[in-house]
Design a protein around this ligand. Structure first.
Ligand SMILES: C[S@@+](CC[C@H](N)C(=O)[O-])C[C@H]1O[C@@H](n2cnc3c(N)ncnc32)[C@H](O)[C@@H]1O
Length: 238
């Protein structure tokens, strides 16, 4: 396995500060930069979770809680907890949940060292968070630890752009247009230069599937979303 799979080259503190700084503009920029398609990607994650009929759900790197909120909206009986280490992102998530009268618990915490006992959750989700971890494998191992036997892991992430014409176009958008637009709108150019770097460093879908297997997951499968811009990986703890 190449060293590129070790984790984000940024330190955890740098990543935490960066998301803290862009928190106020994060939702707006997400909608603009993904042209709103991110909603359909999260919907796939909600559907994959619902197949397991879970009671307790943990959304790691929950950010402004979009996926945690969608999970709760999909089934009022779900007990949903969201964890993120950037408090300003959580503060926005709490306001959004309160506005919709949704009981979603949002707590500050590190995805690499979750403050929950072994076998606590029926489902664990992470949307566009894993590529920011300083060690991807350690993150997957930690997710396995807190899942109950029979529990399900669902990962949404941006894989490195595929080969071919679309991949080339996407690489250009990602490396040139997106950092400019993101930097211009947020005023935080560095954060949006970091985004393509973190995506290009992230393992391919096949390698991520192998890493999930290494963590102990079974029945691993993945699907590319929107021509491979995003990918959903699903694995179960036996
Ligand atoms: C791109 S945002 C994704 C937020 C949200 N899941 C979404 O789909 O919009 C990445 C989030 O991961 C969080 N994050 C990165 N590394 C983390 C870690 N080790 N522990 C907890 N949160 C982390 C960041 O603070 C940020 O809020």
């Amino acid at each position: 396995m190449s060293t590129a799979n070790q984790g984000s080259p940024e330190t955890a503190t740098q990543v935490q500060e960066m998301f803290g700084e862009i928190a106020k503009r994060y939702d707006f920029l997400n909608a603009v930069l993904s042209l709103g398609i991110d909603k359909t990607w999260r919907k796939d994650a909600v559907n994959a979770v619902s197949e397991k009929n879970p009671k307790t759900l943990l959304d790691v790197a929950t950010g402004t809680a979009d996926l945690a909120i969608e999970l709760k909206k999909s089934n009022a009986h779900y007990k949903v907890i969201g964890v993120d280490f950037a408090e300003p992102m959580l503060a926005i998530g709490r306001k959004k949940a309160a506005k919709q009268n949704l009981d979603v618990r949002l707590e500050q915490g590190d995805g690499l060292n979750l403050a929950f006992p072994d076998a606590s959750f029926d489902a664990l989700t992470i949307a566009y968070g894993l590529r920011n971890f300083s060690n991807y494998q350690a993150g997957l191992n930690e997710f396995y630890r807190v899942l109950k036997p029979g529990g399900r892991l669902v990962i949404l992430e941006f894989p490195p752009p595929p080969k071919g014409l679309f991949g080339q176009f996407f690489r250009f958008y990602f490396l040139n247009i997106l950092p400019f637009l993101g930097g211009f709108i947020s005023g935080k150019q560095k954060a949006y230069e970091y985004l393509p770097t973190s995506v290009l460093n992230f393992p391919s879908p096949d390698v991520l599937a192998t890493m999930m297997k290494e963590a102990g997951f079974d029945k691993i499968r993945y699907k590319l979303q929107t021509f491979g811009v995003s990918a959903i990986h699903v694995g179960d703890k036996i």
